[in-house]
Write a protein that binds this ligand. Structure first.
Ligand code: ADP
Ligand code: MG
Length: 218
């Protein structure tokens, strides 16, 4: 597990979740996937949510970014990112928060990586879209991001395809993409489940190091 750095009570939380309830209206009844979770997170804090499979961890993470689609609904609660009430934002405003202020990485990197695009293309796409960088600058920044997540031989890896990378390398690419827009908060949904134990330890150490270096909550 990650070392927990205790938040300073005097600091405004970067994220506050209060009484969040997310339900799924299924054919055979209503599934209360998340039933009133509350927590808050200081800007320099690492918070872990632990629970058995099916207890609502992923639905909580998806709810924060408003990625819940019907038949799922957030039925109650508040989600605040800094001074913004995320449940009150328009979809357009939410898009700017997603992937920009708040980054997210998932359990299975292959789900978030496009198998038809090189690593360079996927990272640069985000940078061009969100940061308005020109091709050359985007490539330089992509290289820098791969170095930041300690990928060996980043020049070569930029040209590779997702299936050519090991599970650990793919997870690092995912982290690099999540960091592209310098988020203040990174939501990681079981970021190490898909990799072996040695790699798990390395990824957790990397995340911890990045949080400290980049002033990011996790
Ligand atoms: P965890 O991540 O803690 O393993 P989840 O958040 O994925 O658990 O799931 C919580 C509950 O919500 C589970 O019972 C799961 O089956 C249900 N659930 C999650 N996503 C959906 C969905 N899209 N449609 C219906 N039920 C869902
Ligand atoms: Mg899950």
């Amino acid at each position: 597990t990650l070392p927990l750095r205790s938040g300073n009570d005097m600091v405004e939380p970067v994220l506050t979740v209060e009484g969040l309830k997310t339900h799924f209206n299924l054919r055979d009844g209503m599934l209360k996937a998340v039933y009133g979770i509350s927590f808050s997170l200081a800007p320099d804090e690492v918070l872990c949510i632990v629970g058995e499979s099916g207890s609502g961890k992923s639905v909580t993470a998806q709810s924060i970014l408003r990625l819940i689609d019907p038949p799922g609904h957030i039925v109650d609660g508040h989600i605040r990112y800094r001074d913004k009430d995320l449940l009150a934002l328009s979809e357009r405003e939410m898009e700017q928060i997603r992937g920009d202020r708040i980054g997210m990485i998932f359990q299975e990197p292959m789900m978030s990586l496009n198998p038809l695009h090189t690593i360079e293309k996927q990272i640069c796409e985000t940078l061009i879209l969100h940061k308005g960088l020109k091709d050359h600058d985007a490539r330089q920044r992509a290289l820098q991001l791969l170095q930041q997540v300690r990928i060996r031989d980043p020049e070569r890896q930029l040209k590779s395809w997702p299936h050519q990378l090991s599970g650990g390398q793919r997870q690092r690419v995912m982290i690099a993409m999540a960091l592209a827009n310098e988020p203040r908060l990174l939501i990681a949904d079981e970021p190490t489940t898909a990799v072996d134990v040695t790699t798990q330890a390395q990824i957790l150490a990397l995340l911890d190091e990045l949080c400290q270096k980049l002033d990011m909550a996790l």
